[in-house]
Design a protein around this ligand. Sequence first.
Ligand code: S3P
Length: 433
Amino acid sequence: MSTTTHERIIRPARNILGTLRLPGDKSISHRYAMLGAFAEGTSRFSNFSTGADCASTLSCMQALGARVRNLEDGRIEIDGVGGRVTPANLPLDCGNSGSTMRMISGLLAPQQGSFTLIGDASLTSRPMDRIRKPLAEMGAHLTLTDGHAPITIEGAPLHPIDFTTPVPSAQVKTCILLAGLQTTGATTIHEALRTRDHSELALRAFGASLARSIDSINITGPQTLHAIDASVPGDISSAAFFLCAASLFPNSGLILDGIGLNPTRAALLDVLTTLGARIAVLQIEESHAELVGTVQITTDPEGLRSTEISGALAAQLIDELPVLAAIGPYTSGGIRIRDARELRVKESDRIALVARNLRAMGAEVEEFEDGLDVPGGQQLHGAVIDSGGDHRIAMAFSIAALRAEGETLIQGAESAAISFPEFFDLLDLVAER
Ligand code: S3P
């Protein structure tokens, strides 16, 4: 990520109106890029994520021997390495992307050669022992630096494991699946709380077979992947900012076309419905086992009510919690978040930053180790927001700012480009002032 920081002024809005089609889902793009680059043959993807995180995955896979071409019609084309990567001469730079670092570690651990993974300051402070442990159990030679990146991997043949993930994490699950794919025998992963299943769906789309039960996944390796042509569904975590924005105003009407509606990602729609927004899915179809559809949101003139997000729901909504907390003051009964300790080890400590920035806007908020209580019925005022270089904090508070009194200055606004470079332009397009 660039070290230059940019500020953005967000002025209050009257409502949110329009129709948008959003760039491709970050999670699915990472997986398609990694699997396409690892597979046999040439894959083509349309609506690939425009975010810097997925560019980090693409450049790592290029450094490992895959060829990536940007086609004139906006699609990308990847020639896969056919299951055998070329050891990179230089460290693989994962930038700000935890998904890249954790998932690629599983892909590389069973390969031949030495690899070093590095990242920016935020990524270097994030916990990596969660991938070292299962990979070490499989016999991998992986060394961390004080529990963090830089990570060095001396590739070696692995043996299968039966592993229970200690924290709900799709990145850790994927890391083990990618190692298991290349390992002789049956690797099993148990998840106490089900996390996003894009890896399972994508692996099958690329021709792998895996077995799933309610709380476990089993992959028997080694298996070969085969190239696919696919369109990436619009990112529902990016859509969350616009859906929450629309829900703040009594006269909003917003349609989002081509949005990913995978049930392990779409809990936001239920939460917004509980809060009182009116959500309609106007059309739905399947693409490589991912659900994609058109979502319409209109609002109840009574405004937003209250909700509690805890347990399995907190894990499923982990990326949407900052924006939900940021609109909490505008509900009548508040938003209570628990069981979300993982928010503290994301691109920033999102619990601390949400609390600090809500307070800067004049809100009362109580911070817990694993969540937040944001009372409702509060009017916020414009303030200077410290995004902490975290894309989701910058965007969440741009949404809170739409209903504040006065202007808000978002510091580090450029971080939105980590997942959603078009965010501010699209917000200007649909926010009526
Ligand atoms: C992701 C999984 C989640 C999420 C992240 C993307 C993925 O992280 O927060 O933005 O694509 O698998 P964890 O696996 O650490 O929960």
